[in-house]
Design a protein around this ligand. Structure first.
Ligand code: SF4
Length: 371
């Protein structure tokens, strides 16, 4: 705990806040692209403590939230298929599809089970040889290596009753899409430390130069976040456009070579729609041609339902693009609550709306609230 405590030190946090205030000449707009960072910014009170000098907005940092409802509808359809077990991470099961969530589908007789990892889903397939076990594989580049490892193991052991719904997404194309939008307000990014642990930040350098947007690779603890904000403001105030790595205890410029090799052996980059964003070029990881036998959307294509529009009351797209804060959605706290969510950002443990519903007050001081 000593190690973590160093990154949650209240005196150091207040000193960093003073430094940020001392060098800020205008209300810069900074965006984080990681649900874990969003939650900690709100929970620790950092956002509130700096709101008069900086605008901290939250991007599409929740992979569960950007999974299209058609993908969830497909998973639900498979859960009702005879001799099929549908698996995914716990918070994914609560996310509404077009008409219902996977949890609701379970109460209606679908075989839906929560797992902690794709390897758990593969084990379930090995233990249930008469059933098809499908894993809904969501996540950023951070979780893709675990899915790739499960597929490599399935191949090695010649497991034929296991498949995945490939729904892994890539963060950088979404950052590019935000910067290119006509109503973009982002002036600097806090890049997601966990994603960069796998991918590195080399490819962010050309994006940073092309978009004239400083990027600071940032960790998750309150001190990490304040340090990332301080360095972003320094770059902005100094009119410097470059990538700074402030999460060097975990992130190397070229990433984790072994994890990247594992992912590349199974996946290739492809386009796909993000919920609320539409098609994002190169925004997905798709299974390579020789791994399609594990692709549930190929194996069970007739079960793929038609795409349907999302609930118009939910402004998830505006929240995830940083155009509004969750409280500006008319449904926040009314038709949409933690107990009865309308949209994915209220359901997911990484969703921005869930962060504000749980933690946001206007009176908190930094690090006052521990949980
Ligand atoms: S508060 Fe609820 S309805 Fe509004 S954007 Fe967030 S998830 Fe959607």
């Amino acid at each position: 705990m000593k190690f973590l405590d160093e990154y949650r030190d209240a005196a150091l946090a207040n000193d960093l806040i003073k430094q940020i205030r001392g060098i800020t000449s205008q209300r810069w707009v900074l965006m984080d692209v990681c649900g874990g960072q969003t939650h900690n910014l709100v929970r620790s009170g950092i956002e509130t403590a700096l709101m008069d000098v900086l605008e901290l907005i939250h991007g599409p940092g929740c992979p569960v939230c950007v999974t299209p409802s058609q993908v969830i509808d497909f998973a639900i359809a498979l859960s009702h298929r005879p001799n099929t077990i549908l698996t995914s991470f716990g918070d994914m099961l609560r996310v509404p599809g077009s008409h219902q969530s996977m949890l609701t589908a379970r109460s209606a007789g679908g075989d839906v089970r929560a797992v902690y990892s794709p390897i758990d889903a593969l084990k379930m397939a090995i233990e249930n040889p008469s059933k098809e076990v499908v894993f809904l594989a969501v996540g950023f580049e951070t979780t893709a290596p675990a899915t790739a490892l499960a597929l490599l193991q399935a191949d090695q052991e010649d497991i034929k009753n296991f498949s995945i719904i490939p729904a892994h997404v890539r963060v950088q194309p979404a950052m590019e899409s935000i910067i290119q939008s006509t109503d973009n307000r982002v002036q600097a990014f806090l890049a997601a430390g966990h994603v960069c642990t796998v991918t590195g930040y080399q490819s962010l350098e050309s994006f940073c130069q092309a978009s004239h947007t400083p990027i600071v690779v940032t960790g998750f603890e309150p001190i990490d976040l304040l340090d990332g904000i301080l360095h972003s403001v320094r770059l902005l105030e100094g009119n410097q456009v470059r990538v700074v790595n402030r999460y060097s205890r975990n992130v190397q410029r070229t990433g984790n070579a072994s994890a990247l090799r594992t992912v590349e052996s199974v996946y290739e980059v492809g386009d796909r729609p993000w919920r609320g964003f539409g098609n994002i070029p190169s925004g997905a990881l798709k299974l390579r041609a020789d791994w399609k036998r594990y692709d549930a959307s190929e194996k069970f294509a007739p079960y793929i339902p038609a795409a349907t529009p999302d609930d118009q009351r939910c402004r998830a797209a505006d929240v995830m693009a940083g155009r509004i804060k969750p409280m500006e959605c008319a449904a926040f706290g009314r038709e949409c609550t933690s107990e009865s969510p309308l949209g994915a950002p209220m359901v997911s443990s990484e969703g921005a709306c869930a962060a504000y519903a749980r933690f946001q007050t206007t009176s908190i001081t930094p690090l006052e609230r521990s949980e």
